[in-house]
Design a protein. Structure first.
Length: 262
């Protein structure tokens, strides 16, 4: 395990994989990443996953036939990634490269792997752990090629009061309405972001928002294993139906935003 704001919760994060909240997140985000790729011209793309962790999204992108670089500061999480990657067909394994290091150093660490920049850069579940996200956003923007895309998954600052409200934690509803952060289920004090705030932060880097979705509109307060069979299909179908629709995406737990670079 490496040092950093996420390090104390790394094992707790791994313990939550496969639970209902994780299944909803990973399934919807994978579909949305595929929709983002469809915004680009056809063909094999170069994709960078910053803060790739155990590699769920990176592997799914590689299965689609694209070349993927996974960057993460945690050697332990990348080891977990490699174990899962070893179970993939050789064609998928050959399309993935893993690099240890912080996302703020992405231009130096992975820039040589994609001369001219990446077609799509993913940074999911990372910004909320940074006290100052400006260096990370600058680094992400620097490795997106002109005409390429940046995909960010953040805690939705517009709907922070929804989780305590759904849990019946009435006292914390008022705190959420007044604040821009929260204590997550891993026990860490983290930040939320709004679509408008990210628009403002990324505009100087030549990035403008093209698409956005809400993730976990109905299920952020749930715990335990997901339902099976038709019940899981119904749950995912309900989340999928409202992910891109107002007002539902505005109160979802997570916001998934895709920015295009001029």
């Amino acid at each position: 395990m490496t040092d950093g704001p996420f390090a104390p919760a790394e094992q707790r994060w791994l313990a939550g994989l496969g639970k209902v909240r994780d299944v909803v997140r990973q399934t919807l985000v994978a579909e949305q990443v595929e929709a983002a790729l469809a915004l680009l011209p056809p063909g094999r793309k170069r994709v960078l996953d910053v803060g790739c962790g155990q590699g769920t999204q990176a592997v799914r992108v590689a299965r689609l036939g694209h070349d993927v670089v996974g960057l993460d500061p945690s050697p332990d999480l990348l080891d977990r990634f490699r174990v899962d990657l070893d179970a993939e067909p050789p064609a998928v394994r050959d399309r993935v490269r893993l690099v240890v290091g912080p996302g703020e150093q992405a231009p130096d660490l992975v820039g040589p792997l994609a001369a001219g920049g990446f077609d799509l850069v993913l940074c999911h579940g990372v910004l909320m752990y940074l006290d100052d996200d400006a260096p990370m956003l600058a680094a992400l923007a620097a490795v997106v090629r002109p005409g390429g895309l940046l995909s960010l998954l953040v805690r939705n600052g517009v709907g922070l009061a929804m989780r305590p409200g759904l849990l019946g934690d009435w006292a914390h509803v008022h705190e959420a309405l007044a604040g821009s952060g929260y204590t997550n289920r891993l026990g860490l004090d983290v930040r939320a972001h709004t679509p408008a705030g990210l628009d403002e932060a990324l505009a100087p880097h030549g990035l403008t928002r093209r698409r956005w979705w809400g993730v976990r509109t109905f299920t952020d307060h749930l715990d335990g294993p997901p339902p099976e069979g038709a019940a899981l299909d119904d749950l995912l179908g309900a989340e999928r139906a409202v992910a891109g629709a107002d007002p539902y995406r505005q109160v979802a737990a997570l916001a998934h935003l895709v920015f295009g670079k001029r």
